[in-house]
Design a protein. Structure first.
Length: 353
């Protein structure tokens, strides 16, 4: 048996990907193990998952389990675009910054970015890029992609998304939602998953799981089957078809069939709020974005950040300004947050963290 190669007691604030797997998810994987079932999605777990997807997103919705968030995003975009098309997104969008050019390289679409103060697109911001329709010299704007929550931790309200979707559709384009943290947004707003997707008029959703306690499982949810072309073939083409799909589906069932998605996201959000409250009045610390979900963005002196990082790992967001990102997860505790705030207080005073 493999012994732990890390310190299981150590918690950090670098990402919601650094946590382990929720115990209820591990139990679901074990429950799905044993015996033989048909592969590639013809199994009872994936069949049950479709019922859960329809319950959250409507009878027209179909879910396609995939391995990771990048796979979910590029599959979503590939179903909505041609090779000459473009996707409008925020400058901070994951599909533009953190996917190694996958939309361009694998899907063949150009990303058209818009600078935003809070990570959120508006109809006016979309219009800065939504032009050149029918001009053969220009990549054709076909999709607007938004992240919920955004990459800077802010959250779109249902009204904001509905206004955006209506504008996008009036332009003859489609709306994709990168929902890697959709559960955090829904808990923050006190609404259901469908209220932020189907009800606002989104066409395709990347439904998150890994950032909310799964081992490695996401899904593409086709909300509007009239505009998403060839999802089964696109998933296989982009190497996102799991052969032993029951283990991906079992994880998604553990998260979304009951209230685990709410409990896990709720804990992460609450810990981020506690963290923000604890650091907000510290000298030389400035919170830069609204703390809507599980992320806190702040600027602090570089030397203090380096002292703090010796105990708690976290990422720089903007090295030029000294902005950092602190993320909470489903297993972040009040003790973790309080220890972090105490260590930051010491680091700001010049003491070792």
């Amino acid at each position: 048996m493999l012994a732990p190669l890390h310190d299981p007691a150590r918690h950090g604030f670098a990402s919601d990907n650094i946590s382990g797997v929720h115990p209820e998810v591990l139990e679901a994987i074990v429950a799905a193990n044993g015996g033989h079932v048909v592969s590639y999605g013809e199994d009872p777990y994936t069949e049950r998952l479709q019922q859960v997807i329809r319950r959250h997103f409507g009878e027209q919705a179909t879910g396609y389990p995939v391995f990771n968030g990048t796979g979910a995003n590029i599959m979503s975009l590939a179903m909505l675009t041609e090779r000459w098309d473009a996707v409008i997104c925020a400058e901070t969008a994951h599909i533009h910054v953190d996917e190694c050019g996958a939309p361009e390289k694998l899907v063949g679409v150009k990303t058209l970015t818009v600078e935003t103060p809070d990570g959120k697109l508006t109809p006016a911001l979309v219009d800065r890029r939504a032009h050149g329709f029918g001009v053969e010299h220009h990549a054709q704007p076909a999709v607007v992609s938004v992240a919920q929550c955004t990459e800077v931790g802010t959250v779109y309200t249902p009204e904001e998304l509905r206004t955006l979707a209506d504008h996008v559709h009036a332009l003859g384009m489609h709306l994709h939602i990168d929902g890697s943290r959709l559960a955090n947004a829904a808990v923050s707003l006190g609404c259901g998953l469908g209220d932020l997707t189907t009800a606002v008029g989104a066409d395709v959703l990347s439904l998150g799981g890994t950032k909310n306690g799964l081992m490695g499982a996401e899904a593409v949810v086709v909300l509007n089957p009239d505009v998403a072309r060839g999802p089964r073939y696109v998933r296989k083409l982009l190497t996102q078809l799991p052969s032993k799909m029951r283990f991906i589906s079992a994880q998604l069932l553990a998260l979304y069939d009951g209230d685990l998605w709410q409990r896990s996201a709720g804990r992460a959000n609450a810990m981020a709020a506690r963290l923000a409250a604890g650091v907000r009045d510290l000298p030389d610390v400035r919170i830069t974005q609204s703390v809507d979900a599980d992320a806190v963005f702040a600027i602090l002196p570089r030397q203090a950040a380096e002292r703090l990082r010796k105990r708690f790992f976290f990422y720089d967001w903007d090295e030029a300004t000294g902005e950092v990102r602190w993320m909470c997860t489903f297993d972040t505790t009040e003790a973790d947050v309080d220890a972090f705030v105490a260590a930051l207080t010491d680091a700001l005073a010049g003491a070792p963290a």
